[in-house]
Design a protein. Structure first.
Length: 118
């Protein structure tokens, strides 16, 4: 019979896990906070926000426009999350990095060609 003063093996494992793994709350706050700040700053002043501003001014129903815009943003974010989840399960990170780099390089070249009037 184990001594009541000594922790059992299961208790010791839980204590070790608690000390070595970041808490679920810390992981949640980190992921949520970085996502919120990134999306908030990226969306601030973009064409979607300007379109929402104009629609709100024209319709004279700002809360309805807000509800529609918020629902649309949630829906597009859901698509992004689902596609991202599928990609991380089916494509290696190295391939994703190369594909992203290639796409950004192509966009840069097309912008330069457009600016130069070629």
């Amino acid at each position: 019979m184990p001594s009541p003063d000594l922790p059992t093996l299961e208790t010791q494992e839980v204590i070790i896990l608690e000390k070595t793994q970041p808490s679920l709350k810390a992981n949640f706050l980190s992921a949520f906070g970085s996502t919120f700040i990134t999306i908030f700053l990226a969306e601030l002043g973009d064409k979607t926000q300007l379109a929402t501003l104009l629609m709100s001014a024209q319709s004279h129903h700002p809360w309805i426009v807000f509800a529609g815009a918020a629902t649309a943003l949630v829906a597009t974010s859901l698509v992004g999350v689902l596609v991202g989840r599928w990609l991380c399960q089916n494509v290696s990170p190295k391939t994703l990095e190369k594909a992203t780099g290639g796409i950004l390089l192509l966009v840069a070249v097309l912008l330069v060609v457009d600016v130069m009037g070629m």
